[in-house]
Design a protein around this ligand. Sequence first.
Ligand code: ADP
Ligand code: MG
Length: 227
Amino acid sequence: MAHPPDPVAELLHVSKLYGSGDTLVKALDDLCLRLERGDYVAVMGSSGSGKSTAMNILGCLDRPSSGSYRLNGVPVESLDDDALADVRNRQLGFVFQQFHLLPQLSALDNVMLPMIYAGVPAEQRRQRARLALERVGLGQRIDNRPNQLSGGQQQRVAVARALINQPALLLADEPTGALDSQTTKEVLAIFDELNAQGITILLVTHEQEVGDRAKRVVQFRDGRIAS
Ligand code: ADP
Ligand code: MG
């Protein structure tokens, strides 16, 4: 008998508090969020509504004050810091507004980097990185350094890097925030294609155009989901 597929990631009644006493801030307030395999979710909401805090928890960069985060069925709060770092490297891919590529490395070397930490043999690293760059349309630019690439191309290198260890979930915080409208379209086309290939994506954006491309939009307000 068919059973419902497990979610990739699930926040269960997650709260996050900063400070104490008079300065106590409830950045997340009993937040529940479920990401199915193949989901493509855009998180929107005004500044201070808790988007980055939620992203940091989903990315295992921060821990909830209370509640549970399950990634591929594993309660993340049960993991120590080493195990968490391993989860970050193997199960999660990150894309940031400012690309965060290493300027002294070629596109190929930037994409190879996460595989070094994951212990992939050297000969496989080069081959897989080359394929990943072809997948984002940069097969001809693998030897270029970031400053020899446009913003859209740099972000595509960052996407290739984020996907190189075949993560369960791709997280992107304002991935088009530093791009003009033409390069925004390029990067969104890549996200569409990746999602069509089954990759689960969650991104934070304040641009309606970006939100419209996702399968669903989750609106944050005061650390909770408003709609
Ligand atoms: P958004 O990304 O939607 O702008 P954030 O998740 O960054 O919102 O912030 C949510 C709330 O938590 C805000 O009130 C913010 O000031 C507060 N906050 C976020 N990070 C910290 C921190 N490290 N220390 C104290 N308060 C924080
Ligand atoms: Mg933010």
